[in-house]
Write a protein that binds this ligand. Structure first.
Ligand code: NAD
Length: 485
């Protein structure tokens, strides 16, 4: 085992779990054993919440300009340890080093946004009657929780942690049991940056810890990122316990490709969008709506896909089960009459025979009723669905229950606008296959890709992580009072 068994981080200390149950953490790149992760007990969760509750008093009372200083240092340390973090993210998740480095860079950008919070959260003040003023202030909620998925072991934890903490909350994080090492390192780096004990806590585990979080009386808010199936469970449990909750779920992102699209730019974008991070991105292109005659573009997409080589510029998928699931989707579509133009099944990387690789796959002739057209595959697979016109393509996109992202490839501003207005997705790209809104814009989908109000990052997250206090003040007795104030 390359690393020691993963520890929980409670009240500023790295503690061995008392649980006897644990899971192996293996690298998808070569199947090698990296570590073991404990399935912690609810008792350990309770201790973490108790420490976060105690820490909340001093942390929330410190002025935001003081709290933010720690995150300037944290940002600097992320940059200092960038090479090491890049390797760790790649090792435990299976993505390429370039993709892992982008994840570290994005974590830095997220932290920079959190560092700008003092400029964003100053309240409002107005004289509402003669001599009477009303002002608003953002107050932290208390102990909050963040439950994160496997596909971005460092970036998604940094979607929530810096903003929530800078705004004065204390936090319990539950990492994905498949990739717990990056969050453990994050806790070490936060300690080095000077974060007081108890402000950030990590409890490793799976379902039991998540259920404990959703029902814990001292946790005020829960953020969740993961599959729609679990997002629904978490959203229901947390709100049933009267907590504030945002739960981001899975995705099925559609790319509208119109005949006037630039062939080279479109083909390279489509191929990169469906295969980046081995297709394990909630923003990945999954279905291509080929409107009218786009034969040349499809040929070029296949050419681009063939340049993507497992083990070189394509990482591994997370597990053997994921590989089987993805290949199963391809085989089922083929059996139902679809044509596999580029086939990523049976991918092997020499010297990494135990790695879990799936090559880039392009499937044509997919009909809207097939599973590859409807469900989230979460692998480097694009399903091409033909549409006679833009309205038919919009109808297909709208019928899908998810709504994370969509993109349109065209040179016509008018057609792009027509699709932007009608696509049922929270994040839209025009000639951009992965339309992630960069800070200060917020990240969040629609429909079954997100439950709860607000988005999870950017300015929208301020509303989620704080509550607004409205104070009405009158000092001078001579000020005339009317029935309003
Ligand atoms: P997952 O839903 O299996 O797991 C997410 C978290 O929930 C993990 O921490 C896991 O331990 C926990 N969990 C799993 N099963 C549970 C259960 N039955 N009860 C309670 N907790 C449970 O998701 P994943 O496989 O880790 O991540 C991939 C999914 O996440 C994909 O569907 C992807 O689209 C989605 N995702 C969405 C976004 C977004 O912004 N919408 C971002 C990243 C990933």
């Amino acid at each position: 085992m390359k690393y020691d068994k993963v520890r929980n981080f409670i009240n500023g200390e790295f503690l061995k779990s008392e649980s006897r149950e644990s899971l192996e953490v293996t690298s998808p790149i070569d199947g090698n054993l990296l570590s073991e992760v404990p399935l912690s007990t609810v008792g350990e969760l309770n201790r973490a919440v108790a420490s976060a509750k105690v820490a909340f008093k001093d942390w929330s009372e410190a002025p935001i300009k003081e709290r933010v200083q720690i995150f300037f240092r944290y940002r600097h340390l992320l940059e200092k340890y960038s090479d090491e973090l890049t390797e760790l993210v790649s090792e435990e998740n299976g993505k390429t080093l370039d993709e892992a480095r982008a994840e570290v860079d994005k974590s830095i950008e997220l932290t920079e946004f959190a560092c700008s919070m003092p400029q964003l959260v100053s309240g409002e003040i107005l004289e509402v009657s003669k001599g009477v003023e009303c002002r608003t202030e953002h107050f932290p909620l208390g102990v909050v929780a963040s439950i994160v998925p496997f596909n971005f072991p460092l970036m998604v934890p940094n979607w929530t942690m810096p903003n929530a903490l800078v705004l004065g909350n204390t936090m319990i994080m539950k990492p994905s049991e498949l990739v717990p090492l990056s969050v453990q390192r994050m806790a070490e780096i936060l300690t080095e940056a000077g974060l007081p004990k108890g402000v950030f806590n990590v409890v490793n585990g799976a379902k039991e810890v998540v259920e404990g979080i959703c029902t814990h009386p001292d946790i005020e808010a829960v953020s969740f990122v993961g599959s729609t199936k679990v997002a629904k469970i978490v959203y229901r449990q947390a709100t049933n316990s009267l907590k504030r909750c945002i739960a981001l779920g899975g995705a099925k992102n559609h790319l509208f490709v119109l005949p006037d699209a630039n062939p080279e730019m479109t083909a390279s974008n489509v191929a990169a969008s469906m295969s980046g991070c081995a297709g394990q991105r909630c923003m990945a292109a999954s279905a291509m709506l080929a409107v009218g005659d786009v034969r040349t573009i499809i040929e070029k997409v296949c050419e681009e896909a063939k340049k993507i080589v497992p083990g070189e510029n394509l990482g591994a998928v997370i597990s053997k089960e994921a590989k089987q699931r993805i290949e199963g989707y391809i085989t089922e579509a083929e059996e139902q009459g679809a044509r596999v133009l580029v086939d990523g099944r049976r991918a092997r990387v020499r010297g990494k025979e135990n790695g879990t690789y799936v090559g880039p796959t392009v499937i044509d002739g997919v009909t809207p009723d097939m599973a590859v057209a409807k469900e989230e595959i979460f692998g480097p697979v694009i399903s091409i669905i033909r549409a006679d016109d833009v309205d038919q393509a919009i109808e297909i996109e709208n019928a899908n229950p998810y709504g994370n992202a969509a993109a349109v490839f065209t040179q016509s501003g008018g057609l792009a606008r027509y699709i932007i207005e009608r696509a049922s997705a929270g994040m839209i790209g025009v000639n951009i296959g992965v339309p992630v809104p960069r800070e200060p814009f917020s990240f969040g989908g629609w429909n079954e890709s997100r439950f709860g109000a607000n988005d999870i990052t950017g300015k929208s997250s301020i509303e989620f992580w704080t509550k607004l206090k409205k104070t009405t003040t009158k000092w001078n007795p001579e000020a005339r009072t009317n029935w309003m104030s």
